[in-house]
Design a protein around this ligand. Structure first.
Ligand code: R5P
Length: 319
């Protein structure tokens, strides 16, 4: 158990107070007294009331919607800690926003994930702790340590408890094969199936083929995130069309923007399993199951603070 005298400080932005409270309870360390308000023109006004000089500070803030607000708030918190002579500052981002813009895939576009990295580092982050970035190689955008956990063990525990017989692991697109294979391996070399998805726009996708057999089988569709819900709801629809019986969706980050809630409520999945890296889930409660990453992040924070290895917490997606 840690205590305040250990000189560890947990500072929460406004993005996800419930998760911050759960991590605080797990570690038995109170959240620092932080005032985050607004100036009349909408600019963010921050003051940390506690003495943080020399402290080992962990700033908890997922970059979820409203992503730009939450990003700036995180940067201001980091700057505040740096200028108050914190000993070490770790940006804890359960969800890393802008991660899908990780390369220049056409002319005249930014590499937004790199801009996130630049700004975090410039504003004072000494290290980053995050979960299931859309692309693991974003770690290389930093010259400070990045601890990249994944939510698979947390989701697998919940999947195990469902006692799903002879499941097929399904990925909603070919890009997710590696992740799906690692789930299949963890579930005892389960079969794999791939939905052949084509993206038409940011929120519209078209599904053409199913590669693999799901007829009469229980399926678990795995993905790193649900954004507008197009990919996952189409994958569920195609699985049902090809004869799947019980359909479980298991996803790390429930971003749920635009028509996502409507699509998830209407899709044929029986269970939608997500973690709490992001707050606010408007999905029908009889379908939705939320598992917490608070213990995973809590253990990682404790190990970092005690300069212990994080290896035991890492679960690789490599097969
Ligand atoms: C794609 O590469 C990702 O893994 C997700 O499948 C995608 O970002 C989900 O987006 P949406 O929910 O808008 O289809």
């Amino acid at each position: 158990m840690l205590s305040y005298s250990d000189n560890i400080l947990l500072i929460a932005g406004n993005a996800h107070r419930d998760l911050a409270d759960s991590i605080s309870a797990f570690l038995d360390v109170p959240l620092s007294n932080t005032q985050i308000g607004r100036f009349p023109d909408g600019e963010i006004d921050i003051k940390i009331e506690d003495d943080i000089r020399g402290g080992d500070c962990f700033v908890l803030q997922p970059l979820c919607p409203p992503v730009n607000e939450n990003w700036i708030e995180l940067l201001l918190l980091l700057d505040c800690l740096k200028r108050a002579s914190a000993g070490r500052v770790t940006a804890v981002m359960p969800y890393y926003g802008y991660a899908r813009k990780d390369r220049k895939d056409e002319g005249r576009v930014p590499i937004s994930a790199k801009v996130v990295a630049n700004t975090l580092t410039q504003c004072g982050a000494d290290r980053v702790l995050t979960i299931d970035m859309h692309a693991a190689q974003i770690q290389g955008f930093y010259d400070i340590p990045v601890d990249h956990l994944n939510a698979k063990p947390v989701l697998l525990e919940a999947i195990d408890a469902m006692n799903i017989t002879d499941p097929v692991i399904v990925t909603p697109d070919v890009g997710g094969v590696k992740m799906a294979r690692s789930y299949a391996k963890a579930i005892g070399n389960a079969d794999l199936a791939i939905v052949d998805k084509r993206r038409i726009s940011g929120s519209e996708i078209a599904v053409e083929h199913m590669i693999g057999e799901v007829d009469g089988r229980n399926v678990i569709i795995v993905d790193d995130m649900i954004s507008t819900g197009g990919s996952i709801s189409e994958a569920a629809r195609v699985c049902r069309m090809h004869g799947a019986t019980n359909i479980v969706i298991a996803v790390s980050h429930a971003v749920l923007c635009g028509p996502a809630v409507e699509r998830l409520n209407a899709c044929p999945a029986d269970t939608i399993l997500v973690t709490d890296t992001i707050p606010r889930h408007g999905v029908a409660p009889d379908k939705l199951k939320v598992v917490s990453v608070a213990p995973l992040l809590g253990r990682a924070i404790r190990n970092l603070h005690e300069s212990k290895s994080l290896s035991v917490l890492f679960d690789t997606l490599d097969d």
